[in-house]
Design a protein around this ligand. Structure first.
Ligand SMILES: Nc1ncnc2c1ncn2[C@@H]1O[C@H](COP(=O)(O)OP(=O)(O)OP(=O)(O)O)[C@@H](O)[C@H]1O
Length: 307
């Protein structure tokens, strides 16, 4: 399997005068190591401020780590033009010249992208109902997201990073976006790294999940493996506690008399049958539950560091 991204011990600290000590820094990433393999769709998940955008900026050479190394398509990405050409990074800070219309935006993108698919760009512009004559600076929030998605997908670069690409997109447009991604992956497989908070909506698109929590990797796993690793047990508190007593607990939530506990354990069929007979609900955890539980831990934060 070809490695597309290899991160080793990435740490990114930002100096900030806002903290009590003037030598203090925000540690956005703390000793992050992982690999991304070719041809798969990775979900980059985690709470607000977890470090996702910082990581994507380093992968695309727009920022450099304080410590650690990053290799993208076999090279350090910072100031390496061939890597920039092979990578699309879609985020919400994209700016366009004042007089740019859709046609100009697509035409100028085509010039920099050797694999540009003009037919796909035209088709997606129709799907998202983008106005062709309106200057882009007048586009709505959702229309800007749609345009960014088109530029990212029609580029057909070997590696595509999408940082919360759906902001402002309505439900129909988001569904269209997910369908397009799945189709692209079927017909033109390549590597995607996508950050999102809409985990449930995108779960079936991801092959692999990387969860960051307070700058550290909290989970790095194929999505298909999660259901055999994590179990959600719900019911009366005493019964849930009894059934899960030997299992590592990630999160316990209480709503009224109902307790829901997520554990890092899979149970035998006979255990599950007897728990169900005892009135408990036992089910493999979905990605959203795992991400939410990992983000609810109260371990020591990594994000404040003395620099
Ligand atoms: N330029 C900067 N200067 C100081 N702190 C920064 C800077 N950029 C990011 N940070 C901090 O680094 C941490 C990680 O931020 P980042 O934008 O990577 O999070 P995120 O996971 O993308 O969050 P969200 O889901 O809210 O977009 C946050 O605490 C943020 O405040």
């Amino acid at each position: 399997m070809t490695t597309v991204i290899k991160a080793t011990g990435l740490t990114r600290e930002f100096r900030t005068g806002a903290l009590p000590s003037k030598n203090a820094a925000t540690r956005a990433l703390a000793d992050v190591s992982f690999t991304v393999n070719e041809g798969m769709v990775y979900g980059l998940l985690g709470r607000n401020g977890a470090g996702k955008t910082t990581l994507m900026s380093i992968i695309t050479g727009q920022d450099r780590p304080t410590r650690g190394t990053i290799e993208v398509l076999g090279h350090a990405p910072f100031e390496h033009a061939p890597t920039s050409e092979a990578v699309s990074f879609i985020r919400d800070n994209q700016r366009y010249p004042d007089d740019f219309t859709l046609r100009f935006a697509l035409k100028s993108a085509a010039r920099f992208r050797p694999n540009w698919d003009a037919e796909l760009a035209a088709r997606l512009s129709d799907t998202f109902r983008l106005p062709s004559k309106t200057p882009i600076k007048k586009y709505s929030r959702g229309q800007l997201s749609a345009l960014a998605i088109i530029l990212g997908l029609a580029a057909r670069t070997p590696l595509t990073l999408l940082d919360e690409p759906y902001l402002g997109l309505d439900a129909t447009a988001r569904q269209a976006f997910y369908d397009i991604l799945l189709n692209e992956q079927l017909n033109h497989p390549r590597t995607f790294l996508i950050s999102t908070h809409l985990v449930t909506e995108m779960e079936n698109i991801f092959d692999h999940a990387i969860v960051i929590d307070r700058g550290r990797i909290a989970l790095d796993s194929p999505v298909d493996d999660l259901s055999g690793t994590y179990t959600l047990v719900s019911g009366l508190g005493t019964r849930v506690a009894e059934f899960t007593r030997d299992a590592p607990v990630l999160q316990t939530r209480t709503v009224g008399a109902l307790v829901s506990t997520l554990v890092a354990k899979s149970f035998s069929k006979s255990d599950i049958d007897s728990a169900r007979a005892d009135g408990l609900e036992v089910a493999p955890a979905d990605l959203q539950s795992v991400v939410s539980a990992l983000g609810a831990t109260s371990e020591q934060p990594a994000d404040q560091a003395d620099a």
